[in-house]
Design a protein around this ligand. Structure first.
Ligand code: GAP
Length: 476
């Protein structure tokens, strides 16, 4: 039973230290969130699981970490300066700023352009219901900044951007990685990092924010590869990966992105959708993009290359100093590799995991308890060591010593801030797979009770076997 809605997770996340509203002491900052002690662990575990899967477990992918602020020309030639915008509309009545493509369109007018519908006063502001909306205009979503101490605010030569995707840092390093690591096509380059978009309508907790983290990989293949099939192959692999993280199949689905919605660089994109809004009556409105897999052709490598020319023989990029083409030693051919790009968000993955892991169980006193059934390898804390009597120095000492001995191998905590029932409930709610209780008998038999988060079953384990026992069960 996943969480009934995102609000349930917002409240749990704040109460238990996963995610806090940012800048709260100054009234907050719209749609900005800070990750707390448990949130940062969960995010790190997701990123580590991804890195292990995509870089270590395979033999054809390298990792990099490129700058967030790049030369402005990167964004000029990537097409982001000209095309990375959303249509912005203002409501004259309540002054809301809206994304024109997200306003609800009347059933009989699905094919009419939004601008026409606004002129005909057929669209309504979702906040106040007014039909007095301005004409849509393009709003570029890249965050602008000024580079250098001496630069004046409006100096165009000092203009820079916070990256809106991690992908461009990969493309401009294609040749560096390929030559340094002596790679042959096909191979991929992966990167995890923050991206920034000045979203017009951020919202729904960590689903759409202006600052977020991406896990992107660019897979470089031959121009004559089976590109469209490769997209399907990566979609299958990612669906498998998400299921392996514990996300249930019924809350995942694929969506072929229609031609009119494709990004400027894409010939085909398939999104993996997650059911973020199970409470919505209309099935279609329950889903939102978790990640996308795009066929980016050779668009980016060609655009950033010094030698590429258009059909009239003119240089596409007079500013670049490098040719990012690839020479195939076996066929003696030179070409611009084509790219399949799986692009996932850390924050959307974390939100899907929290929603999916949420469950409730009634104890024998008839009380409802929340259990966060996170996969043990993603759980922020793997084992909580709890003394049954905190006023008994021998028990406390033994519990603390067990915590210290486990720590080098797995994330463990010691807690004595409540009665045992309350301590169990707190650990269940944050997804800790195992509680280890030290009691009076432990002093005699050098054994402890290990309690399972999901079944609440308990077993007695020798302290000398504990680390091995937990490691084994964490892998189950
Ligand atoms: N390089 C391709 C690219 O950036 P995208 O579909 O725009 O593609 C990829 O972004 C993923 O990044 C999305 O599927 C989502 O998981 C995450 N993402 C994008 N914008 C986001 C936002 N405003 N807030 C949180 N995550 C976002």
């Amino acid at each position: 039973m996943p969480a009934p809605n995102i609000d349930t997770i917002v409240s749990l996340a704040k109460r238990r230290g996963f995610v806090f509203p940012s800048s709260e002491v100054y009234g907050g900052l719209g749609s900005a969130w800070d990750y707390g002690p448990l949130g940062v662990e969960l995010c790190n575990n997701v990123k580590q699981a991804w890195w292990r899967w995509i870089v270590y477990d395979r033999d054809d992918i390298e990792g990099i970490d490129s700058s967030i602020i790049l030369n402005r020309l990167v964004w000029q030639y990537s097409g982001h300066e000209a095309t990375f915008h959303d249509p912005l509309v203002d409501c004259r009545e309540c002054k809301s700023r809206l994304r024109a493509d997200k306003i609800e369109i009347p059933e009989d007018a699905k094919t009419t352009p939004v601008a026409e519908l606004i002129e005909q006063k057929r669209l309504k502001c979702p906040n106040c219901g007014s039909n007095d909306l301005t004409e849509p205009r393009d709003f570029n979503m890249m965050f602008r900044t000024t580079i250098g101490a001496a630069a004046a605010e409006e100096d165009p030569t000092a203009l820079g951007y916070l990256r809106p995707e991690t992908a461009q840092g990969i493309f401009i390093n294609f040749l560096n990685v390929q030559t340094a690591m002596r790679r042959k096509i096909p191979f991929g380059i992966a990167q995890i990092g923050k991206s920034f978009r000045n979203e017009i309508t951020p919202g729904n907790f960590i689903l759409r924010t202006r600052e977020f983290e991406q896990m992107e990989m660019e897979y470089f293949v031959r121009p004559d590869a089976e590109h469209l099939n490769l997209v399907d192959e990566w979609v299958d692999q990612y669906l498998e990966w998400f299921r392996g993280l514990g996300i249930s199949d019924e809350n995942l689905k694929r969506r072929e992105v229609p031609a009119e919605e494709l990004a400027h660089y894409s010939k085909r994109t398939v999104d993996i959708m997650y059911r973020y809004f199970p409470e919505r009556a209309e099935e279609e409105r329950q889903w939102e993009e978790l990640m996308g897999i795009a066929y980016r052709t050779d668009f980016d490598l060609r655009s950033h290359s010094s030698k590429a020319v258009d059909i009239e023989g003119m240089r596409i990029n007079p500013d670049s100093t490098e040719d990012l083409s690839y020479f195939d030693e076996t066929t003696k051919q030179r070409f611009y590799p084509h790219v399949i790009e799986p692009a996932a968000g850390v924050n959307r993955t974390v939100l899907a995991l929290l929603l999916d892991a949420y469950s409730e169980k009634t104890n024998d006193k008839g009380e409802t308890r929340v259990i966060l059934k996170l996969s043990p390898r993603l759980a922020p804390i793997k084992a909580a060591i709890l003394p049954l009597a905190k006023n008994k120095p021998e028990i406390v000492g033994m519990a603390k010593a067990i915590k210290r001995s486990l720590q080098p191998q797995l994330r463990a905590v010691y807690d004595d801030t409540g009665g045992i029932g309350k301590l169990y409930a707190r650990q269940d709610e944050i997804g800790t797979p195992f509680c280890v209780t030290v009691d009076h008998q432990s002093l005699e038999d050098e054994a402890v009770t290990v309690r399972d988060r999901d079944t609440w079953e308990q077993e007695r384990v020798k302290v000398s076997d504990l680390a091995e026992h937990l490691q084994k069960r964490l892998k189950e």
